[in-house]
Ligand binder design. Structure first.
Ligand SMILES: C[S@@+](CC[C@H](N)C(=O)[O-])C[C@H]1O[C@@H](n2cnc3c(N)ncnc32)[C@H](O)[C@@H]1O
Length: 367
């Protein structure tokens, strides 16, 4: 099917401007010059039954929409690669304050769409992008070359960055990390910036914008919330192993927010800092609507809890919900801070979160 992609890409840039996602003319020009349908010819759409169907992005009109286009599923049918929503992508590029002449490292090449935007703006030789999946890197490289775009790509685990070409002026990650890899500190020039989605063990978190100051990266969460798929280290990841459910169920009533997907995600983020690192989180879906109806947490010692609108059920040696309640009380005492009051310092020896200023470190019991 033919597509007048120049008209479509220009119209997309116009819509992004109208919506206020795009204010910089140079990024608008990059969007207008990038044929997204070449990089994302097919995508998966989820049906009401939860199954995935492959669609042609031109025929379905999705190629130049502001939709995330899922492009790769793992063996369990979970999305592991996608072309990020263009509105989010340009908001991130603007938030990162990328300027002409900058050298940028992207973690998570995926379809190559963001690498193309960067290359159109900065020139091929200033853009570096890595993805853990060699097949994705090969496909993106081939498709980018179809329209003469040749950023430097490599199949690598982005946790280590790409030290050979550092330091970069900017690092942008399009996959979420549980903590910021310390390898990135030395790969950003002094005063340079890193933008990455940090999601802790409860699945809560947000984009954090960090600046390199001497031996550390430091900065705050951005005000607007965003979510990326998690960084993976094994391309052929296997099935999720559920912890055994401990017996001896207890019921609790609670005032803490029970639903991290729509109530105060900051509380769930703070709860995650106090819970064991290895915790698993998930949602219970309503079998009819497939809407999430309860949150669940599981710990390696078999402790678990499920939080419904009606209350909380839990069992096992550790009360996981007690941590959510404690985080909630702390958050209330602090005046219910939004994301932008929470910050992060990353050093080669460790990293810590803070409230309002780096000296107010957050610990499970306060600041
Ligand atoms: C949301 S997609 C990236 C979107 C991409 N920037 C685009 O414009 O199409 C996330 C990507 O991160 C990649 N990824 C996951 N873990 C990674 C890792 N450890 N190192 C590098 N890339 C990783 C995935 O393979 C996936 O392609």
């Amino acid at each position: 099917m033919d597509v007048d992609w120049r008209r479509e890409a220009l119209a997309l840039a116009g819509r992004l401007r109208e919506a206020g996602d795009l204010t910089d003319a140079a990024w608008a020009a990059a969007v207008a010059a990038t044929p997204r349908h070449v990089l994302v010819p097919k995508a998966y759409q989820q049906g009401e039954d939860g199954g995935w169907e492959e669609v042609d992005t031109v025929e379905s009109g999705l190629a130049y929409s502001t939709t995330t286009l899922v492009t790769e599923l793992d063996g369990d049918g979970r999305p592991v690669s996608s072309s990020t929503k263009p509105d989010l992508m340009v908001r991130m590029l603007e938030a990162l304050d990328v300027r002409d002449g900058h050298r940028v490292l992207e973690i998570g090449t995926g379809t190559g769409y963001n690498a193309a935007l960067l290359a159109k703006r900065l020139g091929d030789e200033r853009v570096y992008s890595v993805d853990v999946d060699p097949r994705l890197v090969a496909t993106a490289g081939k498709r980018l070359a179809e329209f003469g775009c040749r950023p430097r790509l490599a199949a690598k685990d982005g946790i280590g960055g790409w030290p050979e070409h550092g330091p970069y002026d900017r690092i942008i990650a399009t996959c979420a990390v549980p903590s910021v890899p310390s390898a990135w500190i030395g790969q950003v020039a002094e005063g340079g910036k890193v933008l990455v989605d940090v999601k802790v063990n409860t699945g809560a978190g947000n984009l954090v914008l960090l600046t390199r100051h001497e031996d550390r990266l430091e900065g705050r969460f951005t005000k607007r919330w965003a979510a990326f798929m998690g960084m993976r280290h094994d391309v052929k990841a296997g099935k999720t192993v559920e912890s055994p459910k401990a017996a001896g169920e207890r019921q609790r009533t609670t005032t803490a927010p029970r639903r991290p997907w729509d109530d105060h995600r900051e509380v769930w983020f703070l709860a995650g800092l106090g819970l064991p690192k290895e915790i698993r989180y998930g949602y219970v879906l309503d079998p009819a609507t497939r809407e999430p109806t309860a949150s669940m947490l599981r710990a390696p010692d078999g402790s678990w809890c499920e939080a419904w609108d009606g209350g909380v059920r839990e069992a096992g040696p550790t009360s996981l919900w007690a941590e959510v309640e404690r985080a909630y009380r702390m958050w209330c005492d602090w005046g219910e801070p939004g994301w932008e009051r929470l910050g992060l310092t990353v050093t080669p020896d460790g990293q810590w979160w803070w409230l309002d200023e780096p000296s107010r470190r957050i610990s499970p019991t306060g600041t």
